[in-house]
Design a protein around this ligand. Structure first.
Ligand code: PMV
Length: 318
């Protein structure tokens, strides 16, 4: 049996983080430059049903039965096996690696789960469709993120730009013209669970005030949908800045994010905002191709620990 590889990309949220948890629409795109990979192959030294899991990046080298079932890798494999309901499971090994920055709003956890689910199901002869990969990834996300909106598992499992709203049919964005984005990492890590639960407490205290802000963010995401499809970068730039102003009002920005955002705008970006959980992690800027290098350099100059540029392009017609 050959080695089977499951893969999944990183992602970045362009519009609507946090408000999406409260039912507003949000937009996210896959980032193909970074990815998670799971190589799955037979383990001739173990007994049937024994599953060896290796994630050397995080120093993990163990058998499934030795892992806490709440561990995301154990959950990803167990959920896949439960979904497949196979009578016979051979001994196999799963080798996981990822170059997606961790805890930086780029979906590293969801991408690793999706890669494992894909790799293991394909290895066992029953490759799961994207919809099931997304649903199982969501289940893993729930263990550690409490109440995830569901945007990460969708954009990552389908590997397509998505317009996502809880309880509504998922929409894929058919991009007509390309846009160029620069992602800058502050290097500061605040778990998303923390910012989401802190905002949850504040929302419970003053629901009317926060709901109004979430609704305004929702309207921004609605307007951004068409502007993104058409690559109307002037409109997108203003919408990014408006979304950032509201995220600041929600107290989700911080000094390092503000300084990266200002540097990007000063270097000629059309717009910029934090992306993901906030209070650290990543920001994202939209730039014309001519300004990309200047924006990247400006971000490094003010202390970004990592800068990734990515292009959102029209999908090749099949
Ligand atoms: O930190 P990230 O990129 O996984 O983004 C979290 C996005 C939130 O809207 C804050 C939470 C969610 O579940 O959608």
């Amino acid at each position: 049996m050959a080695v089977i590889t499951g893969k999944a990309p990183g992602k970045i949220i362009l519009f609507g983080e946090h408000a999406v948890v409260y039912g507003q629409p949000a937009i996210a795109i896959p980032v193909a430059k970074v990815k998670a990979t799971a190589h799955v192959f037979p383990d001739f030294e173990s007994r049937a049903g024994e599953i060896h899991i290796q994630a050397l990046d995080i120093g993990l080298d163990t058998f499934l039965f030795e892992l806490d079932p709440q561990h995301p890798l154990a959950a990803a494999v167990n959920l896949t096996l439960a979904e497949l309901q196979l009578e016979h499971i051979p001994a196999f090994q799963v080798q996981i690696s990822s170059n997606i920055p961790i805890s930086a709003g780029m979906g590293s956890g969801a991408a690793i789960s999706a890669a494992v689910i894909r790799g293991v199901s394909a290895f066992l002869g029953r490759p799961l469709p994207d919809s099931t990969v997304s649903a199982l990834t969501y289940e893993v996300e729930r263990i550690h993120h409490g109440n995830p909106s569901g945007i990460d598992n969708n954009v990552i499992a389908y590997n397509k730009p998505v317009y996502y709203q809880r309880g509504q049919a998922l929409q894929f964005l058919q991009i007509e013209n390309e846009t160029h984005w620069v992602i800058g990492d502050t290097g500061e890590k605040t778990p998303t669970l923390e910012t989401v639960s802190d905002l949850g407490t504040r929302h419970a205290d003053k629901p009317h005030y926060y709901d109004q802000i979430f609704q305004t963010i929702g309207v921004i995401a609605q307007k951004a949908r068409r502007a993104l499809i058409e690559a109307d970068i002037k409109t997108l730039g203003s919408l990014l800045n408006e979304n950032q102003a509201l995220l600041s009002e929600l107290d989700l920005s911080c000094t390092s994010l503000d300084s990266l955002i200002k540097a990007a705008l000063d270097a000629g970006a059309e717009g910029a905002k934090l992306s993901g959980g906030g209070r650290g992690g990543n920001m994202i800027a939209l730039a014309s191709p001519a300004k990309m290098d200047a924006v990247e350099k400006a971000l490094y100059d003010v202390g970004a620990v990592n800068v990734i540029s990515t292009k959102l392009a029209r999908e090749p017609q099949s």
